[in-house]
Design a protein around this ligand. Structure first.
Ligand code: GA4
Length: 332
């Protein structure tokens, strides 16, 4: 069992209201990957929301469901079994603590490097009963999720009118791409904590993702919320068959702020547990990140200075979840 320090426990209890302004939000753009207009619609969605739902994505549903069910089996194991896969280094099994700087959430997770063979990673030991099944489920899923992400990034580049078309996708395709994969499990909110902390306990506090794009699937449980441009939080309707694409900080910088790195968070459901699987597509450590010149209006300076991903990543790991990590890279 993980014993929370007093301050960590207080953090849970202090979270009173994470209620979105209304019920499930119906305004999230839904994009059909096979729609001839997809590239234009993707650009529009990334500008307005930094977020969209992708259907007709071509990833076999059985790959999504198979991994989801293996992950659910793992999270239902006794705590002592799961703890064998911890502590995080930075990959492995995590429970309630998020990142190295004191953030907590009502969450358990497995974090994997998405670019290294799963077999060489410690967390595989958590599937020691049947590692081969887990390995192939993760690899099948990731192969497809990556293929689809490359396609989305190529449509984005095309829609933005930037050349070459693989200018974004090649960063993820790079064999040194620093991408990761996360299986998040949000147990339903226990009654005694509901009473203490208000109804919706925070699962994963508000933050933006550091990478280029994040590609998420979930079971049919609510909990994900995104922050709109006007600052209101809305609840994303879950759909087990779709992918949700999220613009990360790096893409915001590369598009010189035209795309929006969307602030999001997850709250627990009162009755059902939520399971989500996210592929975070990032650049290689030595990649230079800067606004793409053709996206900087003529005669103007870019909004951000050039930096390397490793430089940014170091600052990410010194930050708290809710911090704005891009300020220090903005030109003043
Ligand atoms: C948010 C997006 C990804 O889940 C993640 C997270 C990372 C972690 O869990 O180790 C961070 C968080 C995320 C941003 C700020 C730092 C780092 C926790 C944290 C407090 C894997 C990532 O790349 O950045």
């Amino acid at each position: 069992m993980v014993v929370l320090s007093q301050s960590a426990f207080e953090q849970f209890c202090l979270i009173k209201s994470c209620k979105p302004t209304s019920g499930l939000f119906s305004g999230i753009p839904v994009i059909d990957l096979r729609d001839p207009e997809a590239k234009t619609l993707i650009v529009k969605a990334c500008e307005e929301f930094g977020f969209f739902k992708l259907v007709n994505h071509g990833v076999p549903l059985e790959f999504m469901l198979e991994l989801e069910s293996l992950a659910a089996n793992f999270f239902e194991l006794p705590q002592s079994e799961k703890d064998k896969a911890g502590p995080l280094d930075p990959y492995g099994y995590g429970n309630k603590r998020i990142g190295p700087n004191g953030d907590v959430g009502w969450i358990e997770y497995i974090l994997l490097n998405a670019n290294t063979k799963v077999t060489s990673q410690k967390s595989l030991s958590i599937f020691r009963e049947n590692p081969e099944i887990f390995r192939s489920a993760v690899e099948n899923y990731l192969l497809e999720a990556k293929r689809m992400s490359f396609e989305v990034l190529e449509l984005m580049a095309d829609g933005l009118g930037i050349a070459p078309m693989n200018v974004l996708s090649r960063m993820l395709k790079d064999e040194k791409s620093d991408s990761c994969f996360r299986l998040n499990y949000y147990p339903s909110c226990p009654d005694h904590l509901q009473a203490l902390g208000g109804r919706n306990l925070i699962g994963f506090g508000e933050h933006t993702d550091p990478q280029i794009i994040s590609v998420l699937t979930s079971n049919n449980t609510t909990g994900l919320q995104i922050c709109l441009r006007d600052g209101t939080w809305v609840a994303v309707p879950p759909d087990q068959t779709a992918f949700y694409i999220n613009v990360g900080d790096t893409l915001q910088v590369m598009t010189n702020g035209r795309f929006r790195s969307v602030k999001h968070r997850v709250v627990t459901d009162e009755k059902e547990s939520r399971l989500s699987m996210i592929y975070f597509g990032g650049p290689s450590l030595d990649a230079k990140i800067a606004p793409i010149p053709s996206l900087v209006p003529e005669g103007e300076e870019s909004l951000y200075r050039e930096y390397t991903w490793v430089e940014y990543k170091q600052s990410v790991y010194k930050s708290r979840l809710g911090d704005n990590r891009l300020t220090q890279f903005e030109r003043t």
